[in-house]
Design a protein around this ligand. Sequence first.
Ligand code: ADP
Ligand code: MG
Ligand code: MG
Length: 884
Amino acid sequence: MSKKFVYLFSEGNKEMRNLLGGKGANLAEMSNIDGIEVPRGFTVTTEACMDYYENGEAISDAIKDEIMQYIDKLEEITGKKFGDVNNPLLVAVRSGSRASMPGMMDTVLNLGMNDDVAKAMGEKSGNPRWSYDCYRRFIQMYSDVVMEVGKSFFEELIDEMKEAKGVKEDVELTADCLKELAEQFKAEYKNKVGEDFPSDAKTQLMGAIKAVFRSWNNARAVSYRRMYGLPGHWGTAVNVQEMVFGNLGETSGTGVAFSRDPATGEVKLYSEFLMNAQGEDVVAGIRTPRPIEELKDILPNAYDELARNLKTLEKHYRDMQDTEFTIENGKLFMLQTRNGKRTAVAALKIACDLVDEGLICDKDAVLMIDAGSLDALLHPTFEPSALKKATPIGSALGASPGAAIGRIVFTAETAKQWADKGEKVILVRLETTPEDIEGMKAAQGILTARGGKTSHAAVVSRGMGTCCVAGCTELKIDYDAKKFTIGGVDYKEGDWISLDGSAGNIYAGAMETTEAVIGGEFARIMEWADKYRTLKVRTNAETEEECKKAIEFGAEGIGLARTEHMFFGEDRIPAFREMICAETEEQRIAALNKLEPIQQKDFEEIYESMQGRPVTIRYLDPPLHEFLPTREEDIAELAKTVGKTVKDINDIITALHEFNPMMGHRGCRLSVTYPEIAIMQTRAIIKAAINVKKRHPDWDNFVPELMIPLIGEVKEFTYLKKYVIETAEALIKEAGIKLNYLVGTMIEIPRACITAEDIAKEAEFFSFGTNDLTQMTFGFSRDDAAKFLDEYYEKRIFESDPFERIDQKGVGELMKMAVDRGKAGRPDIKLGICGEHGGEPSSVEFCHTIGLSYVSCSPFRVPIARLAAAQAALHENEEARIKG
Ligand code: ADP
Ligand code: MG
Ligand code: MG
């Protein structure tokens, strides 16, 4: 049997989302639930989309035929006919991939109309305004997806029409105006495409399906997928569904409804609607939607049914639902349902509530939370006392919670450019559109002048965990002058403002913030996560403050303490520079002797803060020139302290210059040249440990881990290990106590992965330094790659940033090799990771799968890693269960 590319809604169910896309699978599932009314239709599969791409962006004849067969079926089921003036079948053509990508791809409504159908529909219904509203919308949407000119182009024509007629709202446009708009749109189509606007319904349908397939690879969709780590080979399905009309008059309308509050998680019908409207009017922010309570008075039956449907759907899906509905002459139709996007706060509350309501178990609760989204909860909020004192300059809808401070920018491009330079920005827009997505991601917060709680800005920022205040109508934005006015005061691009996304308040200036704490539902979820995870979570930290925060967030040790960060302090950099400028070994040792007690004190502090948990300390890593001064006066100062001339110092700086410092004299190579550096650091580490051990003889797990970076050849390691052990043993013997310690290495050079068996025979642990491993494997520098990687995403060479998510195909394979070979060399070798990836959920899952025993990440990412580790373990159990 040949492959089936089209399914009636009645043939599908929610398990088929890979094939039917999320929207299609859920439309099928919903159609089969008793008591819920769904307009009928069929789904063209994601496989048909992939076939379209394999077929040189053309729909094969076989698939075309199959679609035509299903049009026949739909005509039969509905009793309507495509292109028939008396009883026309009009359809919505709706995109929908596996994962929801709101607004990223295209939808065409009212397809099947032409001049004759529009005229007949208007006459038959006695409501020509409706029929021409449908017609102009159809031409507008169809032209937009086919010509890809962007929605604003048509909005402008509508605005011109409104101005010409002296009206404010779309609904005030008469049948004649709408008819005229339809003509203008068609003319524009012909002008741009070079052909008449198609009047044949089947031609329209194939055109629209093709355009939806093509929209899978539009720039917005590609960048959205990168942001959320979705692969390009999934494709989108296309749903072809009978139209229902929310624009028939005052007993018709359309809206969106959540079964719980997506911002707080509170159990209530959270919904907005518009009467006499269609499609995206609610989301687009063109008209301001009304709160659902008003529907109670207008159409009480429809209201009750909506509330009931949401309860039914929530029970059925065992999760909070986000739905779209349309009311046609008082009758309610459900057009979509999906597990709703929510803020991190809401996610935690909903998960706990669903457990308490008996709808899910604690494992489900752990699995249903997007680990990455917790980030939003781990960052500061406004200092309550500062908040009390401050007066908002304006307030609007708190659309996505959080505290954001940043400098005002007015375009997504500027937001991105400034953020790339390390600036904190607040993106201020009339309203946002899917084109703004990159800028929204780069911004600390988003402020809009228009739109409600289900507007694009609100939905997207909640999804990203970015603070958002929406619909601030008092805000007068002047894009050209790069300023906005509120309360008679001007705020210009670059000025600081603060946003409170929970209360919806806007403040001038940068307000003081306060640290986050883990309590309540967050703590409950974390407890469940800890129950199921096997991977340990450590932190990368050097200061007492970082250690404290990390422990509070659940860190079980330090996976990376970078010693070089400790040399930058004002009290130590002079001694360090003296060491670099030393000409003889004696001079160097003299300088190192000054540093040793300082380092020792640092290490004691770290050990004490970690209260006996394991601590990995890395030996000096960066090239020496990073420590030398660059400003003239500093150079002169240094010359004076070390008793040299300015020229001498400049000569030293020149001599240390490297063409490619990332691959230069750094890491273990420094200590191979100057073993006295490794000796000094060993003394500091071990002497600190001895003191701490004496103070806390009961700390049985207290085992410092000494980590030598950048090993590529085992002999480098053995050479240095000899010095380390000699030094350590002598000190321990002298102290006369028992102290365990481990000597291991970072695995961050591809050659180390390949020769891991030999290295493991000498090293007691491996810690993957995936930042260096990634740059060395790809052969591009992480400091320079940002300049060209954007182009790689645009050209779809890369789908995600390999410095953010582990490149499993390349870097990941090397890691696996190192794990296998390492274990061959030393069966009980300890394995961990300390690169940035250690706090990124998909990378954490990968680390679990290849059998690492811990990940280490920045203190703020520790809870994320704990949750991701639990999810990895639960996924693995689930797979094992399925396999039997
Ligand atoms: P998106 O994925 O961008 O939300 P949808 O396919 O859900 O796009 O379509 C957008 C809007 O079009 C819906 O919210 C709904 O209001 C309207 N719509 C979709 N299908 C129909 C239909 N069969 N009848 C009437 N309106 C529809
Ligand atoms: Mg939708
Ligand atoms: Mg490194």
